[in-house]
Design a protein around this ligand. Structure first.
Ligand SMILES: *Cc1c(COP(=O)(O)O)cnc(C)c1O
Length: 386
């Protein structure tokens, strides 16, 4: 059929080369997905992924990534979201409605706390915060209207490792599902379903990407019924992800375990060096014996990754520790982690907790893929500026 240039620019004769096969998956970009005929359009289901129906509901690239992430975590269903926080929102909107109650740990990722507050103030949901070290004691907090329990291991910034099997068992005894933010472990140091979680959430922004160059999240489940509720929220909220970003995560996965182990070894080395310094009062790293919940980490985890915090000796003011942070050259001052570059971030932890008994300024470190000896030298020169 003859085409005008206008039509030809839209309809090319391109077909993928026959007989072409390679390791990297294809990058499939589409808003519109074409149906063979009306019958195929009417029977195609986005809910169970039995068909491609619209770019928002998935492409071969995103389905491939979802399948691989589910496999890593030991789950059977996965849904992608455009950020870790969007994945958290998907879980909350899937399981909470007006009149419901949700329990979140005090040390939850702070934007999840913000979302909890918003749900409380404007959506008729009660969001209550529990001591992350509560363990089986959480049973006393579960109400007849509690529909979801969030857990995070270790918790953001202050790094307490909760007793996950005890929290999950108490929630299950009352028929309440547990959602675990498993970002710190990347599904490598801890598999969420093994400790009883029903829903496992990841910020792929961190280790899965590994490049500090994209934002993405994932929610993984084992049960079809849970996944169906999540898929409904995923569709209603319009949580699509770009094919190129999905490809970048797929590209990062083969090296993830090696990167994670390198982050882990270097972080332990840097944290141990810091722990021996007179300027540092305490190292908050789950693998260190005086870090809260260390025994839980020892029992449930295989590895640690690159993220930990320290408390400075209380004799140093925030002005002094800010000078320390500003003096760092290899550690960039910025949020997030899991990429090749080391990062540092001071936190005003008292403003993030209802109760905080420790003295001293808290500073969080993300140890990247640099030589730990160089990182230690950088910290040493910055400590001299205190
Ligand atoms: C980074 C992070 C998130 C959110 O991920 P984004 O992609 O930045 O939205 C959620 N939970 C934890 C524990 C994180 O570290």
């Amino acid at each position: 059929m003859k085409k005008t240039i206008r039509t030809a620019l839209v309809h090319s004769d391109y077909r993928p080369p026959a007989g072409f096969d390679a390791f990297p998956p294809g990058v499939h970009r589409a808003s519109t997905v074409l149906f063979e005929n009306v019958a195929a359009m009417r029977s195609g289901q986005w809910k169970d992924k039995s068909a491609y129906t619209y770019g928002l509901h998935g492409t071969p690239t995103t389905f491939t990534l979802e399948a691989r992430l589910a496999e890593i975590e030991g789950g059977s269903h996965c849904l992608l979201a455009p950020s870790g926080l969007a994945a958290i929102a998907m879980v909350n909107f899937a399981f909470l409605k007006s009149g419901d109650d949700v329990l979140l740990p005090e040390n939850v990722y702070n934007p999840n706390r913000e979302l909890g507050r918003w749900l409380s103030e404007d959506f008729g949901v009660s969001a209550r915060f529990y001591d992350p070290m509560i363990g089986a004691g959480i049973a006393a907090l579960i109400q007849p209207n509690t529909r979801l329990v969030w857990a995070e291991a270790p918790g953001s910034v202050s790094m307490e490792v909760p007793d996950l099997p005890a929290i999950c068992a108490a929630a299950h005894a009352r028929g309440v599902p547990v959602a675990l933010d498993n970002t710190w472990s990347a599904g490598l140091a801890l598999r969420g379903f093994d400790v009883g979680a029903d829903i496992v959430m990841h910020a792929l922004t961190k280790y899965q990407s590994g490049g500090a160059d994209l934002l993405m999240g994932a929610v993984i489940t084992r049960e079809g019924a849970l996944n169906e509720r999540l898929a409904q929220a995923h569709m209603r909220l319009g949580l699509g992800v770009g094919a190129d970003d999905a490809y970048l995560v797929l590209r990062g996965l083969p090296s993830m375990k090696l990167r994670f182990e390198a982050h882990d070894a270097a972080a332990r080395q840097v944290a141990a060096w810091l722990g021996a310094r007179p300027e540092i009062a305490k190292v908050l790293h789950p693998a260190f014996p005086d870090s809260p919940g260390h025994a839980h980490w020892q029992r449930d985890f295989q590895g640690a990754g690159g993220l930990f915090s320290v408390l400075f000796d209380p004799r140093y003011t925030e002005q002094q520790t800010d000078r320390f942070v500003d003096a760092m050259t290899l550690f960039g001052l910025g949020y997030s982690w899991g990429g090749p570059n080391s990062l540092v971030m001071p936190y005003r932890i008292r403003a993030l907790r209802s109760r905080w008994d420790e003295a001293g300024v808290l500073v969080r470190f993300n140890v990247g893929l640099e030589d730990p000896a160089d990182l230690i030298a950088d910290i040493e020169q910055a400590l001299a500026r205190l």
